[in-house]
Design a binder for this molecule. Structure first.
Ligand SMILES: Cc1cc2nc3c(=O)[nH]c(=O)nc-3n(C[C@H](O)[C@H](O)[C@H](O)COP(=O)(O)OP(=O)(O)OC[C@H]3O[C@@H](n4cnc5c(N)ncnc54)[C@H](O)[C@@H]3O)c2cc1C
Length: 287
């Protein structure tokens, strides 16, 4: 199918972008990598009156180190994040997750901002942002505001973005001494995950975990922090007993959906298996 007709704008500045967002209101859509929006246009699931192409906005694709942490611009492509030495050093969880996002051709166009703004429940990056305790920077005509990733994702394809706002950056705070692990299960590599988990932990030596942060995706409407599992792991040796307690916690705190790809029971089981794997990685030699 072909998309419905639309106006096309390619603003050269944020100010021009905000003018266009104001002019079109709900009828205007930001175009970033287009990897989700263009298929939706082609299938006429989205029929905006105007596309506002932000690909020429200067500086929005930067990945830089700042006093507050690693700052990743909304237009940074998945592939650039995957290959960035800064990301590998300061946010290795993102580097681990990126190869699971679609296929290479998709990652050369898809953007960090697009993935976070879209908030697909099965997407990798929103869960990573929550696991990393990242902050999302939003900007509109009335100025800039920041919101913790944990509060940004509100539900299926729903975020705290207000009309007229653009997601401009995401900030990953420094976390020395924390380790990361990422696991997902998809029917084929590159497919959206049936279930996945982004995790971080501060090991205390001797196989013990000080603090843990465990965030699932694909098992609910938005990234799901497994606080019960985190509590079961924190401050103790990550032995079979602790892992079993963390898995038991998932039974009550995850309420996965069922669909043609998998039942709630299958997804809950997969979540437990993935949790076991990330804990083993987090306290293992090579984590
Ligand atoms: C075959 C295929 C497989 C895929 N597999 C995966 C996968 O496994 N995991 C995964 O996470 N994704 C997957 N994707 C989606 C891909 O990662 C997209 O790149 C991503 O979801 C959206 O990023 P984008 O830059 O392409 O955004 P676009 O498609 O350009 O935009 C997506 C939405 O976000 C809005 N938007 C974009 N940027 C901003 C911004 N800066 N501020 C405010 N709103 C904005 C747009 O208006 C639109 O509503 C897949 C896509 C395809 C085609």
């Amino acid at each position: 199918m072909k998309p419905a007709p639309f106006d096309y704008h390619r603003p050269a500045s944020l100010a021009e972008t905000f003018d266009l967002l104001e002019r079109y209101g709900d009828d205007g859509r930001i175009l970033a990598g287009g990897q989700s929006l263009v298929p939706a246009l082609n299938m006429r699931l989205a029929t905006p009156r105007a596309l506002i192409d932000i690909n020429r906005l200067p500086g929005l694709d930067a990945i830089r180190l700042a006093p507050e942490g690693l700052v990743i611009g909304a237009l940074a492509r998945h592939e650039a994040v995957e290959r960035s030495p800064l990301v590998r050093e300061h946010a290795p969880l993102l580097a681990m997750a990126m190869p699971h996002v679609g296929h290479e051709a998709i990652r050369t166009r898809g953007t960090v901002g697009g993935s976070l703004a879209l908030a697909d429940p099965a997407a990798e990056l929103p869960a990573c942002a929550v696991a990393l305790d990242a902050t999302v920077r939003l900007e509109g005509r009335r100025g800039r505001r920041e919101i913790r990733a944990e509060d940004f994702f509100r539900g299926i394809y729903t975020t705290a973005l207000e009309p007229g706002e653009l997601l401009v950056e995401v900030v990953v705070p420094r976390a020395p001494g924390w380790r990361s692990a990422f696991q997902e299960l998809a029917r084929r590599h590159g497919d959206f995950a049936l279930a996945g988990v982004a995790a971080r932990a501060r090991p205390e030596g001797g196989g013990a975990i000080g603090d843990a942060r465990v965030v699932f995706f694909g098992v609910g409407p938005a990234p799901r922090r497994a606080r019960g599992a985190e509590a079961a792991l924190a401050g103790r040796a990550a032995d079979a007993e602790a892992i079993a307690a963390a898995r038991r916690a998932l039974e009550t705190e995850l309420d996965p959906p069922g669909d043609v790809h998998g039942s709630p029971a299958l997804r809950r089981h997969l979540a437990g298996v993935l949790l076991h794997r990330v804990i083993t990685e987090l306290v293992g030699e090579r984590a």
